[in-house]
Design a protein around this ligand. Structure first.
Ligand code: FAD
Length: 422
């Protein structure tokens, strides 16, 4: 059975409305109560737009309430690579990506969101000399733009992590961590206060265009809107199969320990808020406010909690922090990640007035916040900080389960051989 650490330690749920049970109208409807949808609703409401958000389960039910809580600015490619990729839009893409963690921590401060924010930086640790080359390239690109990113040698990495397992790394001081479900709940509270209407337990069963407006049908209600923001991540593939063909879903798994003793707590990640390593199938590690350690990694393909995966994650901690071998692990839970072949997220006008957000490739806490704001602005026809980009269908999408299984095997081999990835 899954036990999600964040469910047990989150701030009070916001007073969100129950299931939609009426026929209503609004200017913009948001589908999905994860970080992307909540940020969209908050920014729409702050701009005075009449909006409603429909969430299938409860706020933060998807990846947003299940992740490792690392707030990392930027996209996987560095800023120089992003400028090349986005051409004329490159400068605004880099600005938005670079400022994504600032946006999160500003929202936390402005709306007094109680989500255990900790902003001492994120360490990307290199697992091989080839990987160190790509870590150095990324650091130099950000340093060239004045970002507070430092390169670390082996000793510096060991001091910052409390582990001598890696050969070097970078620290991005713009980054940090938070309690992800509390962050979602805080965004929801702020959106409500700004005038958005939010409904839980309201899965949208159909989304159709009729006479220039969008009609959303739920089990007990109907919502008519001029524009729609589709922010269902990897949790709503059935709603628009045409949209779901534009990304693939991979499974992740996470475990968390009981609070560590004072001694151990001080020895783990003493100088940073969080870390992840440079392998393609990376592990991400952080402590929470009570000193529990949480580690995420690639999950079983069937998305269930699996003893072999649990062992793998416990083994990863024991290799990095031998003093933690034998800890009591109290929580284990899965989560889904939407990936794209070029590792870039999509913000697309999938049909007239239908703005889709997807594909953060495991880096959505900061960027989904930024994309939600950008979608809110696009829906108003305003400059958005990120362009609408095409989202082509993934080739051979119907074979995606086989492709993902093959890719996991391939990357496991590359990671073991020390090859570089972004
Ligand atoms: C284990 C794990 C660890 C991660 N760690 C990190 C990390 O440390 N840092 C980081 O930056 N990123 C991390 N990520 C990625 C990050 O969590 C995601 O990129 C981000 O949460 C995506 O947000 P979202 O709003 O797009 O989607 P989601 O949070 O998945 O939200 C989609 C919502 O849509 C709802 N929905 C679906 N269908 C419908 C429908 N028909 N009607 C109404 N509602 C619907 C779902 O119930 C869900 O609540 C991690 C992900 C996982 C799974």
């Amino acid at each position: 059975m899954e036990t999600v650490l964040w469910d047990d330690t989150a701030a009070e749920p916001p007073p969100v409305a129950p299931a939609l049970a009426e026929s209503a109208r609004c200017a913009v409807a948001v589908i999905g109560g994860g970080i992307a949808g909540l940020s969209a609703a908050l920014h729409l409401a702050e701009d005075g737009v009449d909006c409603r958000l429909l969430e299938a389960g409860r706020i933060g039910a998807g990846a947003s309430g299940r992740n490792n809580g690392q707030v990392i600015p930027g996209l996987k490619p560095g800023p120089d690579d992003l400028e090349r990729r986005y051409g004329d839009d490159g400068a605004q893409v880099v600005e938005t990506a670079a400022g994504a963690a600032d946006l999160v921590f500003d929202l936390i401060e402005r709306h007094a969101i109680a989500c255990e924010p900790d902003r001492r930086g994120w360490l990307r640790a290199a697992h091989s000399s080839a990987a160190l080359g790509s870590v150095e390239k990324l650091a130099r690109q950000w340093q060239g733009r004045g970002a507070p990113v430092e390169l670390l040698d082996r000793a510096g990495t060991a001091a910052a992590l409390g582990s001598d397992f890696y050969i070097g790394g970078l620290i991005d001081r713009r980054a940090g961590r938070l309690q992800p479900l509390s962050y979602c709940r805080g965004l929801a509270r702020a959106a409500l206060a700004a005038g958005a209407r939010l409904h839980e337990q309201s899965p949208v069963r159909a989304l159709e265009r009729h006479e220039g407006r969008w009609i959303l049908t739920t089990d007990g209600g109907r919502l008519e809107a001029e524009a729609v923001i589709l922010a269902v991540g990897a949790y709503g593939e059935a709603l628009r199969p045409d949209w779901a063909r534009r990304f693939m879903t991979v499974q992740s798994m996470q475990i968390a320990s009981a609070p560590l003793s004072e001694n151990l707590r001080g020895a783990v990640l003493p100088e940073v808020s969080a870390m992840s390593d440079s392998r393609k199938l990376a592990n991400a590690i952080r402590l929470d406010a009570a000193g529990r350690i949480a580690i995420s990694g690639r999950g079983p393909l069937n998305g269930r909690i699996d003893e072999a995966m649990r062992r793998q994650l416990r083994g990863a901690i024991a290799r990095l922090f031998p003093a933690l071998d034998g800890q009591v692990w109290t929580h284990a839970w899965p989560g889904r990640i939407a990936i794209t072949l070029d590792e870039l997220p999509r913000l697309s006008e999938a049909a007239p007035g239908l703005y889709g957000i997807v594909g953060f490739n495991g880096r959505g806490v900061a960027m989904a916040t930024a994309f939600g704001r950008a979608a809110a602005r696009h829906a108003q026809g305003r400059p958005a900080g990120f362009p609408l980009v095409a989202a082509p269908a993934v080739p051979l999408h119907r074979l995606r389960h086989l492709l993902v299984a093959a890719a996991v095997a391939y990357y496991r081999m590359r990671d073991a051989a020390g090859l570089a990835s972004r």
